[in-house]
Design a protein around this ligand. Structure first.
Ligand code: AP5
Length: 214
């Protein structure tokens, strides 16, 4: 099974992708996580991406397409993958089509998580992330057991630079202008399913499972 999760910033793509990985053994391919790891390592890719990400802008297509080309060719993706945060523009979606055709591979579903602007603001503002393992928490809905530190590795949690109000608003604008048109792109080829992402995590997971089984 090869899937795409679409949705505005903070819709819960990463949260649901991690559940799908546990449930179906899929490879989790998050361009946001790959770019944040590149920034942390100080690589050339990270240096190029950092300014865009901190401002809440999309990183240029050629950089991100290069990441995905390399990542989905890795052995763990052969058993199926969930793309979280890619594609985000029509040119990225077209590039993905080309990569999958060349590998005689296909997409099975594209699931869009629908949440209100108010929920997007609330979830991003209250998110805290572990810079070591990538775990995410929400100060109210999914808090860590001990305030301020990761449950898994006790690393102090951080507030992502792009989770500051100005960058959140920019990410929402980027989503509306460049990413939301992908819904039409995938609707036309019959792959799109839209679900309500505003409920509790378990309710969203059940709605997602129904779309994957149907
Ligand atoms: P990326 O990391 O992909 O950020 P995003 O799309 O803005 O998505 P998020 O990771 O913020 O949110 P999410 O939907 O995964 O939500 P989460 O599960 O964490 O990208 C960051 C940046 O990298 C971009 O701005 C861009 O610069 C660059 N980039 C990445 N990919 C790119 C690409 N393809 N092209 C160009 N540039 C690219 O949940 C959010 C919060 O809500 C958490 O606190 C969570 O606990 C909570 N939560 C989750 N589900 C629920 C629920 N059902 N109810 C209540 N709370 C919930």
């Amino acid at each position: 099974m090869n899937l795409i999760l679409l949705g505005p910033p903070g819709a819960g793509k990463g949260t649901q992708a991690k559940r799908l990985v546990e449930r179906f053994g899929l490879a989790h391919v998050s361009t946001g996580d790959i770019l944040r790891a590149a920034i942390k390592s100080g690589s050339e890719l990270g240096q190029k991406a950092k300014g865009y990400m901190d401002r809440g802008e999309l990183v240029p297509d050629d950089l991100v397409v290069g990441i995905i080309r390399e990542r989905i060719g890795q052995p763990d993706c052969a058993k199926g993958f969930v793309l979280d945060g890619f594609p985000r523009t029509v040119p990225q979606a077209e590039a993905l089509d080309g990569m999958l055709s060349a590998a005689s591979c296909r997409l099975d579903r594209v699931v869009a998580l629908e949440v209100s602007d108010q929920a997007v603001l609330e979830r991003n503002t209250k998110r805290r992330s572990c810079p070591t393992c990538g775990a995410t928490y929400h100060l109210v809905n999914a808090p860590p057991k001990k305030a301020g530190v990761c449950d898994r590795d006790a690393t102090p949690l951080v507030h992502r630079p792009d989770d500051q109000p100005e960058a959140i608003l920019k990410r929402m604008e980027e989503y509306r202008q460049k990413t939301a048109p992908l819904k039409d792109f995938y609707r036309k080829v019959g792959l799109l399913r839209e679900i309500d992402g505003s409920g509790a995590q378990d309710d969203v997971a059940r709605a997602l499972d129904r779309q994957l089984e149907g």
